[in-house]
Design a binder for this molecule. Structure first.
Ligand SMILES: [Fe+2]
Length: 275
C-alpha cells in the first residue's frame, strides 16, 4: 500500500501563506517530509493558476522606478538596503515553491531541488530579517517592487522558460552585485551582515547551477540547442544579461560555460551598439 501523500496541496498552502513566519514554517515541513519520503510528486489535479503568491500586507509594492534611492550612509538608507535583500529572499521562497508546485510530470529530483531551494531561501530571509531587526527595523518598513515575482508569472506556462530566465538571468544578477554590497557592508564594520551575505552568495551559486542543470535537461528533452535558444529568449524578453560588473568566476562555478559567457558578452555589446 502506498502511504505517501501528494506534495502539491502542501506546496500550494505554503505558497498562499501570507505571513512570512508561516511560509517559512510550512516550507521547512515540506522539505523534511519530502526528504523523508512522506510526500511524492505524482501528477494529480492541475496546478491552480494564481496571479499573486501569498505575501504580507507590507511591504507596499510600487513600480521599480518608484523605489526611493537612499544613501547607505544614513541609518534609514542602510536599513533600506538590508530590506531590499530581505524582500528578494522573501520572493525567492515563493519563486522556488512555485517552480516545485507548478511544473509537473518532471523527475522527482526536479521537485526535490526546488523544495530544497525554497528551504534555503527561507533561511536567507530569516537571517536577513534578523539583521534588519538588529538595526531596529523590520520586513515591511520600506516600499519594494515586484519585479522577481512578475517574471515568475510571465514564465508560469513553461518550465524551460522559467529555468532559462529566472535562475539563469535574474538570480545570476545577484551573483554580480553581491560582492560590491558585501564590500560596502564590510567597510561599515557590520561583520554579522557580511556572514549572512557569504551564506547567501554560496547558496545562490548552487541555485543558479540547479537552474542551469534543469535548463540543459529540458533543452535536451525537446531537442533544442541551449545556447542559441537562450540568446533568442533574451532578445525576445528584452532582458539585460550584463549590466555593470559581471562576476564571471561565480557564473562559471554556477555552470555557465566559458563559450556561453563570451557569446553573451558579445551579444550584449552588439545590442548596445544597435547592431
Ligand atoms: Fe537566497
Amino acid at each position: 500500500m502506498n502511504t505517501t501523500q501528494s506534495v502539491y496541496p502542501a506546496l500550494l498552502s505554503a505558497l498562499q501563506a501570507s505571513s512570512p513566519e508561516e511560509k517559512c514554517r510550512q516550507t521547512a515541513l515540506i522539505f523534511s517530509g519530502f526528504s523523508d519520503g512522506l510526500f511524492d510528486n505524482r501528477p494529480s489535479e492541475k496546478p491552480l493558476d494564481f496571479r499573486e503568491a501569498g505575501r504580507p500586507a507590507k511591504p507596499e509594492l510600487v513600480p521599480s522606478r518608484a523605489v526611493r534611492a537612499r544613501k547607505m550612509n544614513t541609518p534609514e538608507g542602510y536599513a533600506a538596503m538590508l530590506h531590499a535583500i530581505c524582500h528578494i529572499e522573501f520572493n525567492a521562497i515563493n519563486l522556488a515553491l512555485d517552480a516545485a508546485y507548478r511544473f509537473r510530470n518532471l523527475p522527482t529530483a526536479f521537485t526535490g531541488d526546488w523544495i530544497r531551494i525554497a528551504k534555503e531561501e527561507a533561511y536567507h530571509f530569516q537571517l536577513m530579517r534578523g539583521r534588519l531587526q538588529a538595526y531596529g527595523f523590520d520586513y515591511g518598513d520600506f516600499e519594494a517592487h515586484n519585479h522577481l515575482w512578475d517574471m515568475a508569472y510571465k514564465t508560469a506556462f513553461d518550465p524551460l522558460l522559467r529555468m532559462a530566465l529566472v535562475p539563469r538571468v535574474l538570480e545570476a544578477r545577484g551573483l554580480d552585485v553581491t560582492p560590491a554590497i558585501r564590500a560596502k557592508v564590510a567597510q561599515k564594520g557590520d561583520l554579522a551582515t557580511c556572514d549572512v551575505l557569504d551564506i547567501i552568495y554560496r547558496d545562490e551559486i548552487g541555485h543558479v547551477k540547479t537552474g542551469n542543470r534543469w535548463y540543459q535537461y529540458l533543452c535536451a528533452e525537446r531537442g533544442l540547442e541551449p545556447t542559441a535558444l537562450f540568446r533568442n529568449l533574451v532578445a525576445r524578453y528584452d532582458l539585460f544579461i550584463f549590466r555593470g560588473y559581471v562576476n564571471i568566476e561565480a557564473r562559471e562555478q554556477a555552470g555557465f560555460s566559458r563559450f556561453e559567457l563570451d557569446m553573451l558578452e558579445d551579444f550584449e555589446q552588439s545590442l548596445k551598439a544597435g547592431v
